[in-house]
Design a protein around this ligand. Structure first.
Ligand code: FE2
Ligand code: FE2
Length: 187
């Protein structure tokens, strides 16, 4: 019986061998990566900036937090800050693998970041929880869009953003447990 066309796996090994040798300076990037590389590196540099802004916000908040639940909340902020820094490093590494340069210029961080750096004027715990919770909700939305946009073009970059996204959802969930909604919050 004939195999349906869509189930056939066919690759041109001699072309692949030739390309692998010819374009060796492209490192791990082969023609199988069908992403718009310049655009992908740009978008990943937005993620790098976003992660750094989130790292700084959590770290600042952990240091200045005051109040009866200070210990518990500061410990959570520190843990999230560590994970944001890990995201920052992993996405920077990926940009380097793709042949780009991770943009760590502090001068353009805020412009590239999806989230804002809103350190509350006071040391109010609920205000801090709220700002970080909003930031997590922003990155959950923008990273989900990035995952969809990458699609099948670069599975490794997509999986990286998916892994980061899963951790952002955990962060949002932990903040949700400690957030006391106010009358200003919509249902
Ligand atoms: Fe993150
Ligand atoms: Fe996060």
């Amino acid at each position: 019986m004939k195999t349906p066309v869509q189930n056939q796996f066919a690759i041109d090994v001699s072309r692949i061998r030739e390309e692998a040798r010819k374009h060796i300076t492209r490192g791990p990037v082969t023609p199988a990566n069908t992403s718009d590389l310049d655009r992908l590196i740009d978008v990943l540099n937005q993620v790098v900036a976003t992660e750094m802004v989130c790292y700084l916000r959590y770290t600042q908040n952990a240091i200045v937090a005051q109040g009866i639940d200070r210990e518990q909340v500061a410990a959570m902020f520190r843990e999230h800050a560590d994970e944001e820094l890990d995201h920052f490093r992993r996405v920077s590494d990926r940009i380097n693998q793709l042949g780009g340069s991770p943009d760590m210029d502090p001068g353009s961080l805020v412009a590239r970041s999806h989230t804002e750096y809103a350190a509350p004027a006071d040391t109010d715990l609920q205000g801090m929880i709220r700002e970080n919770f909003v930031a997590e909700r922003i990155v959950i939305e923008t990273y989900t869009e990035i995952v969809r946009w990458i699609g099948e073009s670069d599975p490794t970059s997509r999986r990286l953003i998916e892994d980061v996204l899963a951790e952002e959802e955990e962060h949002a969930d932990e903040l949700n447990d400690l957030y006391q909604p106010t009358a200003a919050d919509e249902a």
